[in-house]
Design a protein around this ligand. Structure first.
Ligand code: SAH
Length: 331
Protein backbone atom coordinates (compact mmCIF):
# COMPACT_ATOMS: atom_id res chain seq x y z
CA UNK A 1 0.00 0.00 0.00
CA UNK A 2 1.12 3.63 -0.46
CA UNK A 3 2.64 5.26 2.62
CA UNK A 4 -0.38 7.61 2.78
CA UNK A 5 -2.83 4.73 3.19
CA UNK A 6 -0.66 3.17 5.90
CA UNK A 7 -0.58 6.51 7.73
CA UNK A 8 -4.34 6.99 7.42
CA UNK A 9 -5.05 3.51 8.75
CA UNK A 10 -2.56 3.80 11.61
CA UNK A 11 -3.98 7.15 12.73
CA UNK A 12 -7.66 6.91 11.90
CA UNK A 13 -8.77 3.26 11.80
CA UNK A 14 -11.97 3.37 13.92
CA UNK A 15 -11.06 0.21 15.86
CA UNK A 16 -7.25 0.20 16.05
CA UNK A 17 -6.10 3.67 14.94
CA UNK A 18 -3.95 5.83 17.19
CA UNK A 19 -6.37 8.77 17.39
CA UNK A 20 -9.40 6.54 17.85
CA UNK A 21 -7.91 4.55 20.68
CA UNK A 22 -5.08 6.13 22.55
CA UNK A 23 -3.92 9.64 21.80
CA UNK A 24 -1.54 10.07 24.74
CA UNK A 25 -0.83 13.76 25.17
CA UNK A 26 2.18 14.62 27.29
CA UNK A 27 3.23 10.95 27.13
CA UNK A 28 3.94 10.28 23.45
CA UNK A 29 4.43 13.96 22.60
CA UNK A 30 3.99 17.45 24.04
CA UNK A 31 2.73 20.44 22.10
CA UNK A 32 3.06 24.21 22.50
CA UNK A 33 -0.30 24.82 24.21
CA UNK A 34 0.51 21.97 26.59
CA UNK A 35 3.87 23.61 27.34
CA UNK A 36 2.70 27.12 28.29
CA UNK A 37 -0.65 28.91 28.61
CA UNK A 38 1.04 31.92 27.01
CA UNK A 39 0.80 30.22 23.60
CA UNK A 40 -3.01 29.97 23.58
CA UNK A 41 -3.44 33.36 25.22
CA UNK A 42 -1.42 35.11 22.51
CA UNK A 43 -3.30 33.25 19.78
CA UNK A 44 -6.58 34.27 21.42
CA UNK A 45 -5.57 37.94 21.29
CA UNK A 46 -4.34 37.45 17.73
CA UNK A 47 -7.77 36.09 16.80
CA UNK A 48 -9.54 38.97 18.55
CA UNK A 49 -7.34 41.47 16.69
CA UNK A 50 -8.14 39.88 13.34
CA UNK A 51 -11.83 39.74 14.24
CA UNK A 52 -11.74 43.52 14.70
CA UNK A 53 -9.75 43.91 11.45
CA UNK A 54 -12.56 41.97 9.72
CA UNK A 55 -15.08 44.53 11.04
CA UNK A 56 -16.08 42.70 14.26
CA UNK A 57 -18.67 40.45 12.56
CA UNK A 58 -21.26 39.04 14.96
CA UNK A 59 -21.68 36.15 14.90
CA UNK A 60 -18.55 34.62 13.38
CA UNK A 61 -17.12 31.09 13.38
CA UNK A 62 -14.10 30.44 15.55
CA UNK A 63 -12.90 27.12 14.17
CA UNK A 64 -10.11 25.03 15.64
CA UNK A 65 -8.57 22.18 13.65
CA UNK A 66 -7.37 19.21 15.71
CA UNK A 67 -7.78 20.78 19.18
CA UNK A 68 -6.20 17.91 21.13
CA UNK A 69 -7.21 18.24 24.80
CA UNK A 70 -8.88 21.62 24.23
CA UNK A 71 -6.23 23.47 26.24
CA UNK A 72 -5.41 26.02 23.55
CA UNK A 73 -9.06 26.99 22.97
CA UNK A 74 -9.57 27.37 26.73
CA UNK A 75 -6.55 29.72 26.91
CA UNK A 76 -7.66 31.60 23.78
CA UNK A 77 -11.16 32.22 25.10
CA UNK A 78 -9.92 33.29 28.55
CA UNK A 79 -7.59 35.85 26.95
CA UNK A 80 -10.24 36.86 24.39
CA UNK A 81 -12.51 38.08 27.19
CA UNK A 82 -10.30 41.18 27.35
CA UNK A 83 -11.71 42.29 23.99
CA UNK A 84 -15.31 43.53 24.34
CA UNK A 85 -17.78 41.60 22.20
CA UNK A 86 -15.34 38.98 20.95
CA UNK A 87 -16.48 36.04 23.08
CA UNK A 88 -20.15 36.92 22.62
CA UNK A 89 -19.73 36.96 18.83
CA UNK A 90 -17.69 33.74 18.62
CA UNK A 91 -19.45 30.54 17.61
CA UNK A 92 -16.81 28.00 18.56
CA UNK A 93 -16.65 24.80 16.56
CA UNK A 94 -13.97 22.14 16.86
CA UNK A 95 -12.93 19.78 14.08
CA UNK A 96 -11.71 16.64 15.79
CA UNK A 97 -11.39 13.08 14.52
CA UNK A 98 -10.94 11.34 17.86
CA UNK A 99 -14.11 10.53 19.85
CA UNK A 100 -12.11 10.37 23.09
CA UNK A 101 -10.60 13.82 22.48
CA UNK A 102 -14.00 15.28 21.51
CA UNK A 103 -15.26 14.27 24.93
CA UNK A 104 -12.27 15.77 26.71
CA UNK A 105 -12.64 19.03 24.73
CA UNK A 106 -16.34 19.31 25.65
CA UNK A 107 -15.51 18.86 29.33
CA UNK A 108 -12.63 21.33 29.37
CA UNK A 109 -14.73 23.95 27.54
CA UNK A 110 -17.97 23.33 29.44
CA UNK A 111 -18.19 27.03 30.44
CA UNK A 112 -18.74 27.91 26.78
CA UNK A 113 -21.20 26.86 24.09
CA UNK A 114 -19.17 24.82 21.64
CA UNK A 115 -19.99 22.37 18.87
CA UNK A 116 -17.99 19.76 16.99
CA UNK A 117 -17.90 19.61 13.20
CA UNK A 118 -16.78 16.73 11.00
CA UNK A 119 -14.88 18.89 8.52
CA UNK A 120 -14.29 22.49 7.49
CA UNK A 121 -16.82 22.08 4.68
CA UNK A 122 -19.43 21.02 7.23
CA UNK A 123 -19.22 24.40 9.04
CA UNK A 124 -21.99 26.68 7.68
CA UNK A 125 -21.01 29.77 5.67
CA UNK A 126 -20.09 32.98 7.47
CA UNK A 127 -17.09 35.00 8.60
CA UNK A 128 -14.52 32.79 10.27
CA UNK A 129 -11.20 32.58 12.05
CA UNK A 130 -9.56 29.18 11.69
CA UNK A 131 -6.74 28.12 14.01
CA UNK A 132 -4.71 24.92 14.08
CA UNK A 133 -1.58 23.92 15.98
CA UNK A 134 0.09 20.70 14.84
CA UNK A 135 -2.80 19.81 12.56
CA UNK A 136 -1.17 19.81 9.12
CA UNK A 137 1.61 17.42 10.22
CA UNK A 138 -1.04 14.72 10.78
CA UNK A 139 -1.98 14.73 7.10
CA UNK A 140 -1.14 11.48 5.37
CA UNK A 141 1.79 11.79 2.96
CA UNK A 142 2.67 9.93 -0.22
CA UNK A 143 6.39 9.34 -0.64
CA UNK A 144 8.25 9.28 -3.95
CA UNK A 145 11.75 8.12 -4.79
CA UNK A 146 13.70 9.34 -7.82
CA UNK A 147 14.27 6.77 -10.54
CA UNK A 148 16.42 8.18 -13.34
CA UNK A 149 14.43 11.07 -14.82
CA UNK A 150 11.19 9.92 -13.26
CA UNK A 151 9.74 8.98 -9.89
CA UNK A 152 8.37 5.86 -8.25
CA UNK A 153 5.99 5.72 -5.31
CA UNK A 154 7.28 4.24 -2.09
CA UNK A 155 5.05 1.53 -0.65
CA UNK A 156 4.68 -0.53 2.49
CA UNK A 157 4.09 -4.28 2.44
CA UNK A 158 5.03 -7.54 4.08
CA UNK A 159 8.57 -8.85 3.92
CA UNK A 160 8.47 -12.29 5.45
CA UNK A 161 5.70 -13.60 7.63
CA UNK A 162 4.92 -10.78 9.99
CA UNK A 163 7.31 -7.96 9.19
CA UNK A 164 6.42 -4.74 7.46
CA UNK A 165 8.95 -3.17 5.12
CA UNK A 166 9.27 -0.30 2.67
CA UNK A 167 9.45 -1.09 -1.04
CA UNK A 168 9.28 0.75 -4.34
CA UNK A 169 6.12 0.71 -6.46
CA UNK A 170 5.40 1.59 -10.07
CA UNK A 171 6.46 4.85 -11.68
CA UNK A 172 4.30 7.80 -10.72
CA UNK A 173 3.75 11.46 -11.59
CA UNK A 174 4.62 14.12 -9.02
CA UNK A 175 2.01 16.85 -8.58
CA UNK A 176 3.16 20.03 -10.38
CA UNK A 177 3.28 22.10 -7.18
CA UNK A 178 6.06 20.00 -5.61
CA UNK A 179 9.67 21.21 -5.76
CA UNK A 180 11.83 18.22 -4.83
CA UNK A 181 15.41 18.56 -3.66
CA UNK A 182 17.29 15.29 -3.66
CA UNK A 183 15.96 11.82 -4.34
CA UNK A 184 13.03 11.65 -1.91
CA UNK A 185 9.91 13.75 -1.75
CA UNK A 186 6.77 13.70 0.38
CA UNK A 187 3.40 15.04 -0.70
CA UNK A 188 0.29 15.43 1.44
CA UNK A 189 -2.61 15.24 -1.06
CA UNK A 190 -5.03 16.58 1.58
CA UNK A 191 -3.15 19.90 1.76
CA UNK A 192 -4.64 20.86 -1.60
CA UNK A 193 -8.19 19.93 -0.57
CA UNK A 194 -7.73 21.84 2.66
CA UNK A 195 -6.58 25.08 0.97
CA UNK A 196 -9.40 24.81 -1.59
CA UNK A 197 -11.86 24.54 1.23
CA UNK A 198 -10.42 27.62 3.00
CA UNK A 199 -10.38 29.56 -0.28
CA UNK A 200 -14.03 28.72 -0.96
CA UNK A 201 -15.01 30.16 2.41
CA UNK A 202 -12.94 33.32 1.97
CA UNK A 203 -14.49 34.00 -1.45
CA UNK A 204 -17.85 34.72 0.17
CA UNK A 205 -17.04 35.84 3.70
CA UNK A 206 -14.12 37.50 5.50
CA UNK A 207 -11.74 35.08 7.17
CA UNK A 208 -8.25 34.19 8.35
CA UNK A 209 -6.56 30.83 8.93
CA UNK A 210 -3.58 30.65 11.30
CA UNK A 211 -1.60 27.42 11.26
CA UNK A 212 1.43 26.59 13.38
CA UNK A 213 3.48 23.54 12.52
CA UNK A 214 6.93 22.24 11.66
CA UNK A 215 8.67 21.76 8.35
CA UNK A 216 11.22 23.38 6.01
CA UNK A 217 10.19 26.67 4.40
CA UNK A 218 12.39 26.54 1.33
CA UNK A 219 12.06 23.05 -0.18
CA UNK A 220 9.73 20.06 -0.16
CA UNK A 221 10.35 17.59 2.67
CA UNK A 222 12.20 14.37 1.76
CA UNK A 223 11.61 11.32 3.93
CA UNK A 224 10.32 12.82 7.19
CA UNK A 225 7.68 10.28 8.25
CA UNK A 226 8.22 9.76 11.97
CA UNK A 227 6.63 7.77 14.77
CA UNK A 228 6.57 8.83 18.44
CA UNK A 229 5.82 6.75 21.48
CA UNK A 230 6.41 7.78 25.08
CA UNK A 231 8.42 10.78 24.00
CA UNK A 232 10.86 8.74 21.90
CA UNK A 233 11.14 8.42 18.14
CA UNK A 234 10.45 4.82 17.10
CA UNK A 235 10.31 2.78 13.87
CA UNK A 236 7.10 3.85 12.02
CA UNK A 237 6.52 0.26 10.84
CA UNK A 238 7.11 -1.46 14.19
CA UNK A 239 3.76 -1.16 15.94
CA UNK A 240 1.04 0.15 13.59
CA UNK A 241 -1.70 2.09 15.39
CA UNK A 242 0.20 2.33 18.68
CA UNK A 243 2.31 5.39 17.85
CA UNK A 244 1.67 8.94 16.72
CA UNK A 245 2.74 9.32 13.07
CA UNK A 246 3.68 12.71 11.63
CA UNK A 247 5.50 14.24 8.68
CA UNK A 248 6.95 17.69 8.01
CA UNK A 249 4.68 20.29 6.44
CA UNK A 250 5.65 21.53 2.98
CA UNK A 251 5.21 25.28 3.54
CA UNK A 252 6.51 26.10 0.06
CA UNK A 253 3.85 23.95 -1.57
CA UNK A 254 1.23 25.38 0.79
CA UNK A 255 2.18 28.85 -0.49
CA UNK A 256 1.99 27.77 -4.13
CA UNK A 257 -1.44 26.17 -3.65
CA UNK A 258 -2.67 29.35 -1.94
CA UNK A 259 -1.38 31.47 -4.83
CA UNK A 260 -3.24 29.33 -7.34
CA UNK A 261 -6.40 29.66 -5.24
CA UNK A 262 -6.06 33.47 -5.03
CA UNK A 263 -5.21 33.55 -1.32
CA UNK A 264 -2.45 35.55 0.36
CA UNK A 265 -0.03 33.73 2.65
CA UNK A 266 1.77 35.53 5.47
CA UNK A 267 4.85 33.67 6.69
CA UNK A 268 6.09 31.08 7.29
CA UNK A 269 7.38 32.97 10.32
CA UNK A 270 9.47 31.16 12.91
CA UNK A 271 7.44 30.52 16.06
CA UNK A 272 10.05 32.25 18.23
CA UNK A 273 9.76 35.53 16.30
CA UNK A 274 6.01 35.19 15.93
CA UNK A 275 5.36 34.76 19.66
CA UNK A 276 7.90 37.43 20.62
CA UNK A 277 6.24 39.93 18.29
CA UNK A 278 2.87 39.11 19.81
CA UNK A 279 4.22 39.99 23.26
CA UNK A 280 5.32 36.61 24.68
CA UNK A 281 7.84 38.16 27.07
CA UNK A 282 5.55 40.94 28.29
CA UNK A 283 2.92 38.33 29.12
CA UNK A 284 5.51 36.03 30.72
CA UNK A 285 6.81 38.81 32.99
CA UNK A 286 3.26 39.64 34.11
CA UNK A 287 2.46 35.97 34.78
CA UNK A 288 5.71 35.45 36.66
CA UNK A 289 5.13 38.56 38.78
CA UNK A 290 1.63 37.35 39.67
CA UNK A 291 2.93 33.84 40.53
CA UNK A 292 6.38 34.41 42.08
CA UNK A 293 6.59 30.83 43.39
CA UNK A 294 6.28 29.54 39.79
CA UNK A 295 8.24 32.31 38.06
CA UNK A 296 11.15 30.08 36.94
CA UNK A 297 8.88 27.36 35.62
CA UNK A 298 6.73 29.89 33.71
CA UNK A 299 9.80 31.50 32.13
CA UNK A 300 11.39 28.14 31.26
CA UNK A 301 8.24 26.97 29.47
CA UNK A 302 8.03 30.09 27.29
CA UNK A 303 11.76 29.83 26.60
CA UNK A 304 11.13 26.32 25.20
CA UNK A 305 8.55 27.74 22.78
CA UNK A 306 10.72 30.65 21.66
CA UNK A 307 14.37 29.52 21.76
CA UNK A 308 15.70 28.65 18.27
CA UNK A 309 17.50 25.56 19.58
CA UNK A 310 14.22 24.29 21.01
CA UNK A 311 10.80 24.83 19.32
CA UNK A 312 11.34 28.46 18.24
CA UNK A 313 12.92 27.90 14.83
CA UNK A 314 11.58 24.47 13.89
CA UNK A 315 7.96 25.53 14.29
CA UNK A 316 6.51 28.15 11.98
CA UNK A 317 3.32 30.16 11.76
CA UNK A 318 1.50 30.87 8.51
CA UNK A 319 -1.64 32.88 7.94
CA UNK A 320 -3.92 32.35 4.94
CA UNK A 321 -6.02 35.41 4.20
CA UNK A 322 -7.82 37.20 1.39
CA UNK A 323 -5.28 39.22 -0.63
CA UNK A 324 -6.82 42.57 0.34
CA UNK A 325 -6.33 42.04 4.10
CA UNK A 326 -3.48 43.84 5.91
CA UNK A 327 -0.67 41.66 7.30
CA UNK A 328 -1.81 40.24 10.64
CA UNK A 329 0.17 40.83 13.87
CA UNK A 330 3.27 38.68 14.26
CA UNK A 331 4.16 38.58 10.54
N1 SAH B 1 -3.68 21.16 18.56
C1 SAH B 1 -3.44 20.26 19.67
C2 SAH B 1 -3.30 18.80 19.24
C3 SAH B 1 -2.31 18.47 18.18
S1 SAH B 1 -2.28 16.71 17.82
C4 SAH B 1 -2.22 20.72 20.43
O1 SAH B 1 -1.47 21.54 19.91
O2 SAH B 1 -2.01 20.25 21.56
C5 SAH B 1 -3.30 16.59 16.40
C6 SAH B 1 -4.78 16.76 16.65
O3 SAH B 1 -5.46 16.69 15.40
C7 SAH B 1 -5.44 15.70 17.51
O4 SAH B 1 -6.45 16.30 18.27
C8 SAH B 1 -6.00 14.74 16.48
O5 SAH B 1 -6.98 13.90 17.00
C9 SAH B 1 -6.49 15.70 15.44
N2 SAH B 1 -6.61 15.22 14.06
C10 SAH B 1 -5.65 14.61 13.33
N3 SAH B 1 -6.08 14.38 12.08
C11 SAH B 1 -7.34 14.88 12.01
C12 SAH B 1 -8.34 14.95 10.98
N4 SAH B 1 -8.09 14.48 9.76
N5 SAH B 1 -9.51 15.52 11.26
C13 SAH B 1 -9.75 16.04 12.49
N6 SAH B 1 -8.87 15.98 13.50
C14 SAH B 1 -7.68 15.41 13.27
Amino acid sequence: MPVSLYMLMCLHDPAHGYYATRPAFNVDFTTAPETSQVFGELLGLWAAHEWMAMGSPSPFWLIELGPGRGVMMADMLRAGRAVPGFIEAAQVTLIEASPALREEQSERLSDYTITHSDSLDAVPAGPCIIIGNEFLDCMAVRQFVRDGNGWRERQIGFSGANRLAFGIGPSAELPSNVLPVGDHVEVAPALETFVESVARRFRHDPGRALLVDYGPDDRSPGDTLRAYRQGAQVDPLADPGACDLTADVDFGRLGRICASEGLAVHGPMQQGYFLTRLGAWERTRALAAANPERADEITAAVTRLVAPEDMGALFKAVCLAPVAAAAPPGF
